[in-house]
Design a protein around this ligand. Structure first.
Ligand SMILES: Nc1ncnc2c1ncn2[C@@H]1O[C@H](COP(=O)(O)OP(=O)(O)O)[C@@H](O)[C@H]1O
Ligand SMILES: [Mg+2]
Length: 381
């Protein structure tokens, strides 16, 4: 799905703004504080019903206003009209989302208009807590298999039940056995779905990382990726040599003391290593940016291969941390992907030059809450 026209009201410093989007690159530039990231937040609101910068709706709503809204005319990959989507958040936290005149829930939104965000928080994929990496895998799993969402929900329910029993103190073993069985069966299913996703994901990640770092050597599974050789491994949340059932039985008393379940898919993680060392400790900022970008782009690529559709890329301050050579590779990759991109930056000159000729690319200047559009990509030779 693509955005043809975007309209937003009362979102941070932007009171009202409309944008006729290109199906290819939409480059939004302006001074610091002009509202560039807010435009990306408006698109994210359409995709997940919330901002990527905050979980609290009131921060996104213009001060003194009661709700922020984002509205889009959507089209399919061929440009045929695909209906109108409107999402609003009130300062009470209420979410209203309508697609083609019907209410739509957040799972519906996520399936309708998937986006991938690359911003300064994306570094958390390497440096942040495992829960961020689990969310990342689960986004992929959700789009990879139609069984994922019900399995994920079933697992969360079983985990919650087991944990509340553990906290309760006097435990009826027969009740615990019922929830253990439920927990084990969902754990097995969820782990299979996540593993299937990660298996599809890793080769894409490696080949995109190769494209971004620009060494033609390597790139296929198991080979070094040019100047950045990152080993990515999925860790399922319990010992590789043991069964989860065994560990649950063995760890029962500890689980009871702690009041939560110590092993299982709730502890799953992705591990990144470079030459045997932790990537988070070893890589430079620029290398981390390339790595997390490759992760996000690979997720978009697997989504495309699974569904035959493309996701939208929201890239905040694309040039940050990148030298001209890597920025050029990044632009080349995005252009070839055929995905709709919304990219922000302070100074657009270098990106315009590196992107090269594009019939449809659009440049937007944001100043004093107003947007001016031009189509400069076609002019460059
Ligand atoms: N809830 C809000 N109401 C009004 N203005 C806000 C709100 N939140 C942030 N702002 C203002 O919006 C601007 C931030 O916009 P942002 O999209 O981050 O700019 P940019 O990405 O161009 O640097 C800042 O000037 C900030 O003061
Ligand atoms: Mg910004």
């Amino acid at each position: 799905m693509r955005i043809q026209r975007l309209q937003l009201t009362n979102l941070r410093s932007l009171s009202s703004l409309a944008l006729d989007a290109s199906p290819e690159i939409n480059l939004v530039h302006g001074a610091n504080g002009s509202g560039k990231t807010s435009v990306l937040e408006a698109i994210h609101l359409l995709s997940l019903g919330r901002s990527f910068r905050t979980h609290q709706a009131r921060h996104v709503i213009t001060e003194g206003c009661t709700e922020a809204t984002s509205f889009a005319q959507l089209c399919d990959e061929q440009g045929a009209s695909a209906g109108n989507l409107g999402v609003s958040r009130s300062n009470q936290g209420e979410l209203r989302a309508r697609f083609q005149g019907q209410d739509i829930d957040t799972a519906g939104l996520a399936a309708l208009m998937p986006v991938q965000v690359i911003d300064s928080d994306a570094f958390n994929l390497l440096d942040g807590s495992p829960s961020i990496r689990r969310q990342f895998i689960d986004w992929g799993g959700f789009h990879h298999s139609s069984r994922f969402i019900s399995t994920w929900r079933g697992f969360q329910r079983a985990l919650k039940q087991r944990n509340s029993l553990l906290k309760y103190g006097r435990i009826d073993r027969s009740v615990l056995d019922v929830w253990n069985r439920e927990f084990l069966s969902y754990s097995e299913e969820l782990t299979k779905l996540r593993q299937a996703y990660v298996e599809a994901f890793i080769p894409q990640f490696r080949s995109i990382l190769t494209a971004l770092v620009g060494d033609s050597a390597g790139g296929s599974a198991g080979e070094p990726v040019g100047e950045l050789d990152i080993e990515l491994r999925y860790s399922r949340g319990w010992d590789r040599e043991r069964s989860l059932e065994e560990l649950l039985n063995e760890g029962f008393e500890r689980d009871q003391r702690q009041g939560f379940t110590g092993y299982g898919p709730q502890r799953a993680d992705l591990r990144f290593r470079v030459g045997g060392r932790s990537a988070a400790e070893h890589l430079s900022r620029g290398q981390k940016k390339l790595t997390v970008s490759a992760l996000k782009l690979a997720q978009g690529q697997v989504y495309s291969e699974t569904t035959g559709r493309r996701c939208i890329y929201l890239i905040d301050d694309l040039p940050a941390e990148l030298d001209a050579r890597h920025l050029g590779k990044f632009c080349t990759y995005l252009k070839a992907s055929g995905s709709q991109c919304f990219i922000t930056c302070v100074d657009p000159e270098l990106i315009l030059e590196l992107w090269g000729v594009s019939e449809q690319g659009r440049l937007f200047k944001l100043e004093n809450g107003k947007l001016t559009a031009s189509e400069p990509f076609g002019d460059s030779e």
